[in-house]
Ligand binder design. Structure first.
Ligand code: ATP
Length: 449
């Protein structure tokens, strides 16, 4: 095998030197897959499985690679075997695709529904569409199923309603394209302290506090939070602040406390708050005259005043950091505020690779597409792939011949899908230029240059 990519070659050398190093082999195989080198990845996964024959994650990866190579029979044998154990959401999605390939639409829909019941983040709109069910409909059904399952599991618990939001994400950092700096900050601030509390204590480093991410919509803040939970095999609770305020009018403090308690009971757990700026907005909102108390409650939960937050990792996101109360930024709270910009060129290529993995594609020129999709957010790229696939599907239905997705198809979709991040920057620019106290928004200015 000749590998042109320098970092891959270095990995290949490392594997040659330590052929029994399983994590290294896994990393090499995953890197080959991420770059679309499926023939090579197959060999690596087979070699890794020889070292760890019962590793279900490896089996799933090999099944995906077989799928990519069109070896559907071999892929099916593996996912059927995996279905015997405790099934894994992504394996169920793959199983659904394979069944669909065989024309078994009902069985495929059932597998897909089971996948969503385990992990909502594996939503695959194009699959749902091919199954003839809208993704939203499917999600709702699986939501009800999941809620019933968890409600039974938690019988006697006082807040079964909130328990439904506990996820076990199957995505990890490898499913997040780019964002390398941010991943590193999350590792340093959240993952390492969780795994090595003694080392941090020895250096007198306080553990706790959270990370606040801000930036234009659709650039992966939620995706990264979910992947953080998957990376450390922790639970994941996602809370939209607006929902909390709307749903629990006059009762928000108690319920914020309940949410934190739920995370504490399920630690390690990533607790993700979206739209945190809505907390500040609620101060001006007459309907919630107790707005200031909600903020105070949030902060004291974050500080772990009454109960320890050990194992509770708090991430939060906002598109409007300028509306946040400055009390949020004190040390021990959100003392790390990270700008999440739209993905750069390399990140766009890697996001497109991730998004087309598992789909029938024909030698896509990711570099070219990345070059042409400047200012696209991750969500825009997802939209791009969806639009291209929809067009493909339409023509396949007409001709009766399913054809793989090509670079041209994605280029054509670019005529329809436009970047959605520009509007955010026109607002952000004003704050960064005229309300940039303490250089809080220097990162935005740097990006705009
Ligand atoms: P909002 O501010 O609107 O809540 P967000 O920044 O939280 O947006 P996400 O919801 O994480 O954005 O991203 C939307 C979708 O785009 C994700 O579900 C994911 O499919 C895709 N996506 C975004 N960024 C990435 C990335 N870096 N790698 C892979 N997929 C991504």
């Amino acid at each position: 095998m000749t590998i042109e990519d320098e970092s891959l070659r270095a990995l290949q050398e490392a594997v040659k030197l330590s052929p029994d190093n399983l994590p290294l082999r896994k990393h090499f195989a995953a890197s080959l897959t991420a770059r679309g080198l499926f023939v090579e990845a197959e060999k690596e996964y087979l070699a890794a499985l020889a070292l760890a024959p019962d590793d279900s994650e490896l089996k799933y990866e090999l099944a995906s690679v077989f799928y990519q190579l069109g070896k559907y029979g071999q892929s099916l044998v593996i996912v059927e075997d995996l279905a015997g154990g405790s099934p894994h959401a992504r394996a169920l999605v793959l199983h659904a695709r394979l069944l669909l390939n065989d024309g078994k639409v009902d069985q495929a829909a059932e597998k897909y529904r089971q996948a969503l019941a385990i992990d909502r983040s594996v939503t695959d709109e194009s699959l749902a569409e091919q199954l003839g069910v809208s993704a939203r409909e499917m999600l709702r059904e699986s939501y009800v199923e999941n809620r019933e399952r968890l409600a039974v599991k938690s019988a006697g618990d006082e807040d079964p309603d909130y328990l439904v939001d506990l996820e076990r994400p199957s995505i990890a950092f490898r499913d997040v394209g780019g964002m390398e700096d941010i991943k590193e900050q999350v590792r340093m601030k959240i993952i390492h302290p969780l795994n090595n509390p003694d080392i941090y204590k020895a250096y007198g480093k306080q553990i706790g506090g959270g990370i606040l991410m801000y930036g234009p919509p659709g650039c992966g803040k939620t995706h990264l939070a979910r992947a953080t939970a998957g990376e450390i095999k922790a639970g994941f609770i996602s809370v939209g602040i607006n929902d909390v305020l709307d749903m629990w009018l006059g009762n928000s403090e108690k319920n914020l406390h309940e949410i934190f308690e739920q995370a504490r009971r399920n630690s390690p757990c990533v607790l993700f708050f979206d739209e945190v700026d809505a907390l500040a907005a609620s101060r001006a909102d007459l309907r919630t005259s107790g707005g200031k108390q909600v903020i105070n409650q949030f902060l004291s939960e974050l500080d772990g005043v009454e109960t320890s937050n050990e194992g509770v990792l708090v991430l939060a996101a906002t598109n409007a950091p300028w509306h946040l109360d400055s009390a949020f930024r004190r040390p021990g709270r959100f003392d790390r505020i990270i700008f999440v910009p739209p993905p750069d060129k390399d990140a766009r290529a890697s996001i497109l690779r991730i998004m087309t993995a598992g789909k029938p594609v024909d030698k896509i020129d990711f570099e070219l597409l990345a070059k042409r999709s400047e200012k696209f957010s991750g969500a825009d790229l997802k939209n791009l792939v969806d639009v291209a696939i929809e067009a493909k599907l339409e023509s396949a239905l007409k001709t009766g011949v399913p054809e793989p997705l090509t670079t041209k198809d994605l280029e054509k979709a670019m005529k329809v899908v436009k970047p959605s991040t520009l509007e955010w920057f026109s607002t952000a620019r004003n704050y960064a230029m005229y309300a940039n106290q303490g250089g809080a928004y220097d990162d935005i200015l740097k990006y705009l240059k």
